[in-house]
Structure formats: structure tokens, C-alpha cells
Design a protein around this ligand. Structure first.
Ligand code: HEM
Length: 469
């Protein structure tokens, strides 16, 4: 029998090696797919998604895929994957959020892609760092108005307390002064529908609306509210300085692109974006401050040294005053670090290489700010509330700490972040200037049910407030 020549053996060996490496390179990350068709690992994942992600990281390593409701979500948890998430041209924000935006606000694909970039740039300009401090006066006035309604003393559930302040303040400033109802029954109705819409938002972003009748009812109620009020929002001018609100500016763009029939839908989307994170962040910040006596004491002393000790005046807060009270801003940022959104997401447009794996196009690439903020490499003693770690951040230059991603990152980082920080900062100053506050319950744990947005409290917590003398 004739032997195979050494040249053929070398060629075959070379081809086998090539195939081996190609296979290795095309190998996807480990995939948790459950056993039910289409639903995949949906049940296990849905029970406590944040914990699921951490357990999967420990078991499968720094990159893994979870198959849920027909969707492949590939989580990246360490440097190389995070770099791809933040920098690769092959991953895309708009493609990742278009469908959830369609499901939650009924904004069709074409309208979304036509308007997204223009609306984003406008929001960033209107409530970004350059124009932000023009809103300080309005924010202070609106907050005084709402605080007056709370009277001289009382006890309230902390989340409800914060909602009673921030719902009207955001609506009246970003949409139209006076748009937020003043009648008790209508206020209750707004609270009830916004909360139902917000609580169901995560499910609403993944499932057809017909399966979520309670949520759908509140969504329709809010859309009808905007439908009725869009003409008023459009023509409103501030009596003080004739300025226009954020929503008015957005409506001009929507109209210019001939999409005015979708104006109420954008109203709903901006309403949700402006309140859904800011309210729980204000809740947790007040909660953390009030449950750390030395931080609480230092903040109250700081407020007294800038504004005086009595709690009765309607103080004005300037940009300079805010600079004299950095601890409050550090507390908000430290709260955001500890209660950060469970995930942010991008869509993979062309296969990307991460570690030894190829993540295929079509996957949703997922990054968890919540878990990233618990990496001791970025944040030593990650579970401890340590506002002073923010001393190192160059906040004057609007830079956060390395690894901080509560507002997302890159081209479409949250355009409302500076407004949110300012609003919560003034809110805390005015509350602690006016009232002596204490918590009547221990601060609740965070709920493990949600991935989207910042973490919600698991239970109730009451605050007692008494006007300072
Ligand atoms: C503390 C409060 C807030 C937090 C933690 C927060 C967080 C975020 C995050 C994580 C994103 C996604 C960014 C990404 O994927 O890279 C986002 C997007 C967005 N946020 Fe915020 N946000 C807050 C407050 C606000 C406020 C007050 C507004 C006011 C209008 C706002 C408007 C938006 C909008 C419009 C987007 C979508 C941007 C786009 O479509 O390109 N946010 N926010």
C-alpha cells in the first residue's frame, strides 16, 4: 500500500488547525437557554434578574448569553467586553431601544428613527450643563410651592413624600407651568396611573400590550392627558421671561418632521424618562442621608451656614450656594452608585469578538451598571455608602468617577442627568432647611425584581418632618 506523502500530511494538519481555530473563534459565549421553547430561561431569570446575572457570572465567567422570550442577551462584565460595549462601531443604541419604545409609547419604527437624534440633541442642549442653571430659580420656586402644601409637620411614606414633591415640579417645569393638577382627586388619579405605568414598564417593554390590561389602561389614561393638553403646552409662554419649556421645543421638532399625531406619545415617553429614575434616587438619597447621622448632621450644618438656621424663609438657591454644599451632590452620586440601573443595552449589528468568543449579530449586548459599581477594582468597599469617595471626581469639569455608569455611557448617555442631579440637590436642600426630619422605619432593601432603571425599594419607610424653629 502506498503511504501518504509527508507534504499531504502537513497540508491536512494545517487545515485541521485552521478549522480548529476558526471554530474556536466562531464559538459563542456559554448560553443559558432553559428548557422551554421560546420562553427559554425566562422563569428563572424573571424571578430575580439581578441575582441571576451575578450567579451566572460566577458560574460561566465574564461573558455569557441568556436566552429569554425569544431574545439572546449577552452580558459583559469585565474590561474587554465593557470596552466593546462602550466603543465598538458594531453595537448600536437606537436599534436596541426601538422596539421597547414602540411597545411602551406606541412610537412606530420610522418615526423613531427619523426623530431620535434630533430630539436627543435638543434635550441635551436644553437641560444640559450650558443652560441648566437658568432653571435653578424655577426649580426652587416650584419646590417651595409643593413644600408649603406639606404644612408645618407630618408623617408620610417616604416614596409618597418624594412623589408629592417631584411629580408636580418636573411636570410644571419640563412641560408647562400649571399642567400638573391641583385638585386632590385629579392628583390622586395622576399618581395612580403614573405609578401603574411605571411599575409595569419593564413588562410592557417586552410583551404585547393586550396581555397587560391594567398597565394598558394607565398608558391610555396618560396618553389621553397629553392629547388634551398638547395645544396648551404648545402655546404656553412663561409670564416671567417668555421662555419656552423642554416639551415645547420638542413639539416644534416633531411638528417640523410632520409627526404631530405622535406628540402625545413623546409626551408620555419624556414624562416617564424624567420621573421614573429621579423619584427613587431622591427616595434613596434622603433615606441614606437620614440613616447616616454624621452625614445628616454635616449636611444640616452646611445648609445652616449658607442659608441661616431658621426654616421659615423662602430661600433662593444660586449656583454658588450649590458649590458650597458638595456633600449633598456626593450623597446623590453615591446613592446612584449603589442603586444604579440593572442594565443598559446595545444591539450587535455585526459579529464582535470578545475574549475567545464571537457574539453574533442580532444579540442584545447587556452591561449592568448595578454590578459594575460593585466591582472593588473601581470602587473599594463597594457595598459601603461612602459619599466622600466622590471628592476625587472632577465634578467641576462634569466628570464622574471611572466605572460609574448610572446614566449610561457614550453617544446617548442620559441627556437629563444634570437636570436630575440639580433637581434632587435643591429638593434635599429645601427639605432639610425647612424641616427636622427622621426616619420612623429602617431603610428597606432594594427589590430584586427589576433590571430597567434604578432600583426600587422593597417595602415602605415612613418619614417624620417638623418645621425647624
Ligand atoms: C437620576 C435620574 C436618572 C437616571 C439614573 C437616568 C438614567 C438613564 C440611563 C441609564 C439612560 C440610558 C443611557 C444609555 O443606555 O447609555 C437614560 C436615557 C435617557 N434619559 Fe435619563 N436618567 C435620569 C433622569 C432623567 C431625566 C430627569 C430626564 C429628563 C428628561 C431623562 C431623560 C432621558 C432620555 C430622554 C433618555 C433617552 C436618550 C436617548 O433616547 O438617546 N433622564 N437615562
Amino acid at each position: 500500500m502506498e503511504l501518504i506523502s509527508p507534504t499531504v500530511i502537513i497540508i491536512l494538519g494545517f487545515l485541521a488547525l485552521l478549522l480548529f481555530f476558526q471554530r474556536k473563534n466562531l464559538r459563542g459565549p456559554p448560553c443559558i437557554r432553559g428548557w422551554i421553547p421560546w420562553i427559554g430561561a425566562g422563569f428563572e431569570f424573571g424571578k430575580a434578574p439581578l441575582e441571576f446575572i451575578e450567579k451566572a457570572r460566577i458560574k460561566y465567567g465574564p461573558i455569557f448569553t441568556v436566552f429569554v422570550m425569544g431574545t439572546r442577551m449577552t452580558f459583559v462584565t469585565e474590561e474587554e467586553g465593557i470596552n466593546v460595549f462602550l466603543k465598538s462601531k458594531e453595537v448600536n443604541f437606537e436599534l436596541a431601544v426601538q422596539k421597547p419604545v414602540y411597545r411602551t409609547a406606541s412610537i412606530p419604527k420610522d418615526t423613531f428613527f427619523t426623530l431620535h437624534e434630533k430630539l436627543y440633541v435638543t434635550i441635551k442642549g436644553k437641560i444640559g450643563t450650558v443652560n441648566l442653571y437658568q432653571l435653578t430659580g424655577q426649580l426652587t420656586e416650584e419646590l417651595h410651592e409643593q413644600l408649603e402644601k406639606l404644612g408645618t409637620h407630618g408623617t408620610m411614606e417616604l416614596n409618597n413624600f418624594v412623589r408629592h414633591l417631584l411629580y408636580p415640579v418636573s411636570v410644571n417645569i419640563l412641560f408647562q407651568k400649571g399642567l400638573f393638577p391641583t385638585n386632590e382627586r385629579k392628583i390622586r388619579e395622576f399618581h395612580q396611573h403614573f405609578q401603574a405605568y411605571d411599575e409595569g414598564f419593564e413588562y410592557g417593554s417586552q410583551m404585547p400590550e393586550c396581555l397587560l390590561s391594567h398597565w394598558s389602561k394607565s398608558k391610555k389614561w396618560l396618553l389621553a392627558l397629553f392629547e388634551k393638553n398638547i395645544p396648551g403646552i404648545k402655546t404656553y409662554r412663561s409670564a416671567k421671561d417668555n421662555s419656552v419649556t423642554l416639551m415645547q421645543t420638542l413639539l416644534d421638532i416633531i411638528e417640523m418632521e410632520r409627526n404631530e399625531e405622535k406628540s402625545p406619545n413623546y409626551g408620555l415617553l419624556i414624562l416617564w424618562a424624567s420621573l421614573s429614575n429621579a423619584v427613587p434616587v431622591a427616595f434613596w438619597t434622603l433615606g441614606f442621608v437620614l440613616s447616616h447621622p454624621s452625614v445628616h448632621k454635616t449636611i444640616v450644618e452646611g445648609i445652616s451656614s449658607v442659608f441661616g438656621t431658621a426654616g421659615k424663609d423662602k430661600i433662593k438657591v444660586s449656583e454658588d450656594d450649590l458649590k458650597k454644599l458638595p456633600l449633598i451632590r456626593w450623597c446623590i452620586l453615591e446613592t446612584l452608585r449603589l442603586r444604579a440601573p440593572g442594565i443598559i443595552t446595545r444591539k450587535v449589528m455585526k459579529p464582535v469578538q470578545i475574549l475567545n468568543y464571537t457574539v453574533p449579530s442580532g444579540d442584545l449586548l447587556m452591561l449592568s451598571p448595578f454590578w459594575l459599581h460593585r466591582n472593588p477594582k473601581y470602587f473599594p468597599e463597594p457595598e459601603v455608602f461612602k459619599p466622600e469617595r466622590w471628592k476625587k471626581a472632577n465634578l467641576e469639569k462634569n466628570a464622574f468617577l471611572d466605572g460609574f455608569m448610572a446614566f449610561g455611557s457614550g453617544k446617548y448617555q442620559c441627556p437629563g442627568r444634570w437636570f436630575a442631579l440639580l433637581q434632587i440637590q435643591i429638593c434635599i436642600i429645601l427639605i432639610l432647611y425647612k424641616y427636622d426630619c427622621s426616619l420612623l422605619d429602617p431603610l428597606p432593601k432594594q427589590s430584586s425584581l427589576h433590571l430597567l432603571g434604578v432600583q426600587q425599594p422593597e417595602g415602605q419607610c415612613h418619614i417624620e418632618f417638623k418645621q425647624r424653629k
